[in-house]
Design a protein. Sequence first.
Length: 141
Amino acid sequence: MTIKKSAVGTPYDGPNIRRNPFPITPGFESIYAHGVEVSSASRLLFISGQIGVTPAGETLPDFRQQFEQAISNLSLVLGSAGMVTNDLVKLTFFLTRASDLRELGEIRHRLLMFSTAVTTLIVSGLARPELLIEIEAIAAR
């Protein structure tokens, strides 16, 4: 498969085209896109909100662990469809505390470096009070 590059030069192994007709906020170029064009030949995968709970049912104690586990869970769902995080075209992050935004950015830069998906961030409550983050996604390949 041909490697395509977004407007900021981020490697992407897939048919989707990142659309950045105007600059991205400095520091977010590797994890954000203003738009993503999905080819008509792509398969779409809609992923329910993934939370910081292990496959064994353990809710992890802090934001960092919950976010990393939610990404791990998201990756398992992607893998079950033969997809990877580069195939993500839409991410929605639900946080319960605005104070976790900086850490979200740091972890996302580390674990989702080449996933420059269209992004929405919502700070609100979740279904269980111990949950600190939930990630909903759409992937296309």
